[in-house]
Structure formats: C-alpha cells, structure tokens
Design a binder for this molecule. Structure first.
Ligand code: FAD
Length: 367
C-alpha cells in the first residue's frame, strides 16, 4: 500500500491534534510528524489543553454535529477510564443543577442541553437519573445525576504523546507563520502529502487560516486539594452572566478544579483575586462537603489559581478540508469549552476528510 507523509500542526500539545495523531498513527500507511509551539509540560495562555478540568458533560443540542461528536467520544473515554488507569481518567458521580432564571445568559446558553430535564444523553450516560423535585435545594428547578469521567490533563496529554511515540510518530518543536510552511517539516525530508491544522485559538492569526470567527473565552479556575466526592455543575450563578459554577476532581491526585468564568473576548492571562474569592465562595455554598463542617473558603487548600482560554468559534468547530494553493489542509479547531469531550469524534471526521482528499476528492469537503 502507498504510504503518505502527514504533518499535524499543533498536535503535540493540544488534545485535538494529539488525538488525531494517535488515531492516524494506528494506520501503518501514514507516516506522521507532529509540529507544535507548546508541548505537554508547558503552561501558556496560548495553549488551552492543560488548563481544562477536564470532564465529559454533554453540551451539544440533540441531533447536531456537536452531539454526534460527543456520542462518538464517550465510548473511547469510558474505555480508557475502565481499562487504562495510566491514562489518568476516572469515573465520577455527577450532579447537574438547572435554574430557569439562567436561560439566555452566557453560561445558561452554553449549558442549555446539559441541564434540560429529560436530556437527550440520558441513554448514553451510565446511571442517569432525574432528581425528584422534593429533593431539590431552594432555587433549583430541575436536576439530574449520572456517571461521567474526569481527566487529569497533566497525565492524559503525555499519555497521548507516549501512544503516538509507540506508533512511530515524530514530534518536533516549531512555530509556523503560515499554514503552508508545515509542508517542509516532515521528518522524512520529503514534502508532506497532507497537513492537519489543530492550532486551536492560534488559527485566528495563523497565515493562510486567519479565522476571524474564533474568540477567546476566558476561564479562571482555582485548583484545590479538597475532594468533595462528586462532580457538580450549575446553569449559572448570581455573580454575573459570565461567571460559572462547577467542581470536578481529577484522577490520580490531580486535585479538584473549581470554576469559574466564561468571559468572551477577554484574553487576560492573570487570575483576578476578587473573582477567585467569588469562585471559592460559590463552590463551598454549592458543595459544603468540600471543607470541614463549619468552615468557609478558609477551609480550601489552594494549589494554584489559573486562567485558560477556550477556543470558541462562531458556528462551531471547523472540521473541514480546504486548499491553500495546491496543498490539502484539513482543519480541526475551535472546540470552545468542550475540546476533550468531542476529541475522538472530531479526530475521526478529520481523518475521513484527509483520506478522501488523498484519494483525490480534494474539492472543499465539509462534515
Ligand atoms: P490547544 O490545546 O490550544 O493546542 C493548540 C496547539 O497548537 C498547541 O500545541 C500550540 O503550541 C500549537 N500551535 C498554535 N499555533 C502554532 C503555530 N503557529 N505553530 C506551531 N504550533 C502552533 N474541554 C472539555 O472537553 N471538558 C472540560 O471540562 C473543559 N474544561 C475547560 C476549562 C477551562 C478553564 C478551559 C480554558 C478549557 C476547557 N475545556 C474543556 C476546553 C478544552 O481545553 C479546549 O477545547 C481544548 O483544549 C482545545 O484543544 P486544541 O488542541 O484545539 O488547542
């Protein structure tokens, strides 16, 4: 079988590129080079993946491509949690609260499908149950619980790198100014036959891509040593339209992530102390088990305060084949606040588009 040289840009660090490179590398006819500015181990405001919680909480509306990607990503994540403890993913009991008054707010809209009663994902998530109305705390209109996963990104990203290395993928550091520069980066010394672009928010400025539909959505979080014993998320809070309330404990001692904010077009990388206080107060109110009886936020044992930027794209992620000059490029970026939970679905569609292009179906093909 003829082999193809593939360059995946931005793959080494980001969950989108790494997942794509790993699946690609399982096909021995694909010789894969990954080039990236940031790698696992780096913490940088330009690099979203390490900052994520990261958990799986379906946010795609029923029968959309987002929901399809989530449906395709849940089985592999579940499999990793069940059979590969070294990947740093574990199961967590999950409780979701909805308040009608959050409808239409930034966070209420983001979580609309997640918090709906009788949500479409009820048959997908294990142990799904609606919470009886007499058990709801004051102010909560409906709630559901199920089993999901939480990913320790500090373990999972390097684990993905190691799976790629095992399959012969070559990793290189590099910074591209224009997407077509990637063609000369293949480790064979020959030109790449196809390029996969997984540069996240940087696709806003990368030459040849320049995607003005991309927006940073600032997420400020607090990482603590306390463990409340379950994941929780709400449709919103009373501290502002763009402030959120969620709690998740990472696998294998990764700490508990308390969120947060959802601030569109705000790229400030510095944690704001007042915001941090509000985040911690809300979390302790929602989940008193985070601290000892009678304690407030002084009972939280803080590891760090942090900020990451979600790469949100108007109209949804770009998973699309394109031509720049005579080059075939397949894009896989713009996954907002759900990059992990769509990672396998998007990677599979990206690879299908690339294979179609390599067979000669190069004209703009969209999924
Ligand atoms: P990135 O991780 O940003 O990776 C981009 C890669 O491209 C990097 O390696 C970078 O170095 C490289 N690159 C960029 N430009 C160039 C260039 N010019 N040349 C070479 N390389 C380049 N998602 C979930 O599913 N669940 C969650 O619970 C969750 N929680 C989140 C919480 C927070 C606070 C944040 C900020 C995000 C969260 N997300 C969550 C979203 C998730 O983190 C992102 O959607 C995802 O990480 C995006 O991955 P990516 O690979 O597209 O981009």
């Amino acid at each position: 079988m003829a082999s193809h040289n593939i360059v995946v840009v931005g793959a080494s660090a980001g969950v989108a590129g790494l997942t794509t490179a790993w699946i690609l590398s399982q096909d021995s006819s694909k010789v894969v080079t990954v080039i990236a500015k940031h790698m696992p181990g780096d913490y940088d405001i330009e690099y979203a993946s390490p900052w994520a919680g990261a958990n799986f909480m379906p946010v795609g509306a029923e029968n959309t491509r987002l929901a399809k990607w989530e449906q395709e990503t849940w089985p592999p994540l579940r499999d990793l949690a069940e059979h590969y403890p070294e990947a740093g993913i574990h199961f967590q009991d999950t409780l979701i609260y909805n308040r009608q008054k959050d409808r239409g707010s930034a966070t209420g809209s983001w979580f609309e499908s997640l918090t709906k009663p009788n949500a479409w994902y009820k048959n997908m998530m294990p142990n799904f149950r609606s919470i009886a109305s007499y058990k709801l705390p004051p102010g909560i209109d409906n709630a559901q619980a199920f089993t999901s996963v939480c990913i320790n990104t500090a373990l999972y990203l390097p684990w993905l790198v190691s799976q790629c290395l095992k399959n012969g993928v070559v990793f290189k550091r590099g910074v591209l100014r224009h997407i077509k520069d990637a063609v000369g980066f293949h480790h064979s010394g020959n030109h790449a036959d196809a390029i996969i672009n997984c540069t996240g928010l940087s696709s806003k400025y990368l030459g040849g891509v320049d995607d003005s539909k991309l927006h940073p959505v600032r997420g400020q979080i607090v990482v603590v040593r306390n463990d409340p014993g379950q994941m929780m998320a709400t449709s919103g809070c009373d501290d502002g339209d763009d402030e959120t309330l969620y709690i998740m404990t990472r696998a294998a001692g990764g700490g508990t992530i308390i969120g947060g904010t959802y601030q569109k077009d705000d790229a400030n990388p510095l944690p704001d102390p007042n915001t941090a206080t509000r985040i911690m107060k809300r979390a302790v109110e929602l989940s008193p088990k985070l601290v000892q009886k009678g304690q407030g936020i002084e009972g939280l044992d803080v590891i760090r305060h942090a900020v990451g930027l979600r790469p949100l794209r108007d109209g949804g992620p770009r998973v699309e084949a394109d031509r720049v000059g005579d080059l075939t490029i397949v894009h896989n970026y713009g996954h907002g606040g759900y990059g992990y939970q769509v990672s396998f679905g998007c990677a599979n569609d990206t690879i299908a588009l690339m294979n179609g292009a390599l067979r000669g179906h190069v004209a703009k093909s969209k999924l």
